[in-house]
Each structure stands twice: as C-alpha cells, then as structure tokens.
Design a binder for this molecule. Structure first.
Ligand SMILES: *Cc1c(COP(=O)(O)O)cnc(C)c1O
Length: 468
C-alpha cells in the first residue's frame, strides 16, 4: 500500500519494485498488557515469556489456559473498567446537575459486581475519517440489537477532538444526543476527559474493540492491537493493521465497500456492521454454557491473542527497522564516508549526468527469434540501446523471462542481465543474451533498461526505467 501511495515519486517503476517499503506498527507489551494476565502467562507460557515475545510458539500456551481462569481475568478487567466508568460518569453527571435517579439508570448495566453485559468500546481521536457515528446510521436497527433484555449490549464511547476541529466536535455532540435518548440510556455511554488512564482501562476492559474508519485512510491504528493483547476481540474495517492481522477467525471484519458515493458506502458498511453484531457478535457472546461463560467466545479471544501478539509488538517492529533500514543505512554511510566522501561526490556527479541524458536513451529489438521453439532449443535476443551521452557502464539492460501468473500461481520470473557486445553505430550499443529455456508452455518476456551505479541505495531509486 505504501509503495502504491508513493508511486508517483518513481513514475517509471512498477509500484511493488519502487524503494518505498514499510514496517507494520507494534505495541509495547509491558506498557499495554494488563498485569492481570501475568500470573496466567507465567504458568502457561513459562517464566521469561517477556523475552520471547516474537516467538510464535511461545504464545500457543494461551490455548492451555483453562477457560474459567481466562474468563475470570476478562471479567476482572471489565469490572475494573466499570468502576472507572462509574466514577467518571458520576463526575460528569454532577457537573451537569443530573439527578441521582438518572445516574442510576445510566449505570444500570455497567455493574462492576456483575459485569456480564456485552461491552463494546470505541475510543480514539474523533477525526472525521474514523466515523464515530457510523453506528447510528440506522437507529431502529441499533435499538433492536442493544435493547434485548436477555442480551444487553453497552457501547462505550470516549475520545477527543481538537478544539478547532468543528466536524470532530459535531461527532461528539451527536453521540451525546443519541446517548440521551431514553431507549439508549445505559446502553450508549459517552465518557468525557479521555486520557491515558481511561484509554488503558478501555482497551483492556471491553469485550469488543470497534474501529470503522474510511478505507484506506487508517495508516495503522494501534488501539485495536492493545485491545487484542488483552483478550479483547476486534471488529474492524479491513484497513490499517487489521488488514494484515485479520485471519478469518481471530475477530470480525467489515470489508471496505468501493462506492464513489460516500453516503452509499457508509450505509453499506453500517449495514455490514449491524449484521455482524446481530448475527455473530451478540449470539456468540451470549451462547453461555452452564458455568456462565461462552466457550466459543473464549476460543476466539484466545485465537486473537495467539495470532496477533507475536506479530504486532514493538520487539518485532524494531527488529524489522534494524534489519531492513537502520543496518543498511549504516552500511551506506560507511561506503560514502571513505576518502573524505569522495564516493558521495562521484555519485552526485553521476546522477546529474544521468538526469541530463536519460531522455535521450532509447531501446529497440533487432533479433528475429521465432515465436515458438522446441524444448531444448536455444533463443538469442538482441537489443540496440541508444545511450545518448552516457557510458555503457551507467546502464543495466535486463531480460525478464518466465511464466505469466497462472491460476493461483505467482509469476515465476527470472531477471537476466544482458551483455554488451559492441557499438553498432552512433551511440547505439548491441546487447545480447542467449538462453535455453528449461520450461515448457507459454512463456512471457520483457526487456528493461535502467541507470545503474554501485553506490545507489536502492537499485531503482532514480525512478528511471525503459520497457520494451
Ligand atoms: C493507542 C492510543 C491511541 C491510538 O489510537 P488509534 O485510533 O488506534 O490510532 C490514541 N490515544 C491513546 C490514548 C492511545 O493509547
């Protein structure tokens, strides 16, 4: 995705080949994993699990945690969140001169002593692209989902908008308005004063973490990762980190709708959200066995932890930054710093020369290879490359050769460098390659020419490439 977004910086390079790479975000486990889990992890993952965060095998031990104990931790975390909600909402209520009876009604379901109501959290900046009010697209449908007396659902909203962000403030006003409707009292809670303490309780205390940004605007999103590591299950648009983390079983996904009309897109995605809540989330949560917990729910929460914890943590992230970027960058520094940075000056002169002459570089085919050959026969390709004022060593000429992408198979492609034989005439140089294909069937090939210098940080960083 990053390479596609930045494709215009290297306009002649296919986006997957351009120098733009990526490292997926991670979350600092010691900061965001609740201490409530530590005892169970010590027992089932083995002491020292903090040092084995990126080992996938390390986390399989989570499956061995007895469901009852797993559930007890989850309920404890929810109870802790409900305590904080009661304090915060009581303050809010006092500030707004609400009656005690009204406060009791608002907090009726958020009972710390019996935290059994399914609780769904949405807490983040109220930037408009995060669509905090998508859930309110169809209030009648929402009412049907949350107002079932046997299967109550609480939505907790918290977050901030920048004071100058009018549309963001408008979202908060709308949530407050819906939360005040009598039928949503106690089921939609808006907590003011979003801070780190509330954020940490929210991402560990709710049952489901909701995120419904407009695809593809979520660069990563990290709150859902914090939630997942605490056994909270994600329900999110397949965007940002969830596009990489969702495996079909470890949570729920809203597939982005591609519709040029934003209102229609929102309506379609809201419908998907309601359907997932109504058909999957609520029934699974309330499918309780006699001992009071839902085995299916616990299995999904465990799968979410096992599949996501080893990947979306800062250990893995930092390791990738070092291997892919910091270490190669340090190596480049050493190569450049030789002899008082003489190589850097060389490279700068070379780049200037290449930019001046690139528009004069041309390529044409001059061989007459047959379109069909028999197995075992060899092929010879010849190109005439006009190099304008450049040297042959400034360019690399390649044959890309292989099977086109077939059903389910990625293209198997070889990149073969073509050899310069001699000057033909003027600035034209003859490049050739001979090969004996060791495969049968339809075979595709293309030629390409691009500037080459051993000191380039990335082979295609000049963004220049001619195709034939
Ligand atoms: C993690 C975190 C965020 C990031 O939230 P996203 O919506 O996932 O980007 C924001 N605020 C706080 C307080 C956080 O801890």
């Amino acid at each position: 995705m990053s390479s596609r977004i930045c494709a215009n910086l290297w306009s002649q390079i296919d986006p997957p080949d351009n120098p733009m790479g990526h490292v997926t975000n991670g979350v600092h486990v010691p900061t965001f994993l609740s201490p409530h889990w530590y005892d169970l992890f010590d027992r089932h993952l083995g002491y020292g699990w903090e040092q084995r965060l990126t080992e996938p095998g390390c986390w399989d031990g989570i499956y061995a945690i007895p469901d009852q104990q797993f559930w007890a931790v989850r309920q404890g975390l929810k109870s802790q969140l409900f305590h904080l909600l009661r304090d915060r909402l009581a303050e809010q209520h006092a500030r707004n001169h609400g009656s005690a009876a009204h406060l009791d009604r608002v907090l009726r379901l958020a009972d710390p002593d019996n935290p059994r109501a399914l609780t769904i959290g949405f807490a983040r900046r109220f930037a408009t692209y995060k669509r905090a009010t998508l859930l309110f697209d169809n209030l009648q449908w929402l009412r049907d989902i949350v107002c079932n007396a046997q299967r109550p659902v609480i939505f907790v909203f918290a977050g901030k908008a920048h004071p100058a962000d009018q549309p963001g403030q408008e979202l908060i006003r709308r949530i407050a308005e819906v939360a005040k409707m009598p039928e949503f009292e106690s089921r939609i809670l808006l907590v003011e004063g979003y801070d780190l303490r509330l954020a940490r309780r929210m991402v560990s205390g709710v049952d489901v973490w909701l995120n419904n940004p407009i695809h593809p605007l979520e660069a990563s999103g990290t709150s859902g990762i914090k939630a997942a590591m605490n056994g909270v299950i994600n329900l999110s648009v397949l965007d940002g980190w969830w596009g990489e983390g969702y495996d079909g079983e470890n949570g729920w996904a809203i597939k982005p709708v591609t519709d040029p009309d934003p209102a229609r897109r929102d309506r379609e995605e809201a419908r998907a959200l309601y359907e997932i809540l109504q058909d999957s989330v609520v029934p699974l949560y309330y499918d309780v066995a006699p001992h009071g917990l839902s085995p299916g729910w616990v299995a999904k929460a465990k799968r979410s932890m096992v599949s996501l914890l080893p990947r979306f943590n800062t250990e893995r992230m930092l390791g990738e930054y070092i291997e892919r970027y910091y270490r190669p960058a340090a190596g480049q520094w050493h190569r450049h710093a030789q002899a008082g940075f003489a190589p850097t000056r060389d490279l700068a002169r070379w780049k200037k020369r290449v930019r001046e002459h690139w528009s004069g570089v041309r390529v044409r085919r001059i061989d007459h290879s047959p379109a069909r050959i028999r197995f075992g026969e060899s092929l010879r390709f010849e190109l005439a490359v006009g190099i304008d004022g450049l040297e042959p060593a400034d360019l690399r000429v390649e044959l890309l050769f292989g099977c086109p992408a077939g059903a389910g198979a990625a293209p198997a492609q070889q990149h073969l460098e073509m050899h310069r034989e001699r000057r033909i005439e003027g600035d034209e140089q003859l490049y050739s390659i001979e090969l004996q294909p060791d495969m049968c069937g339809r075979i595709g090939y293309r030629f390409r020419v691009y500037p080459h210098h051993p000191l380039l940080t990335h082979p295609y960083e000049m963004g220049m490439m001619l195709w034939l």
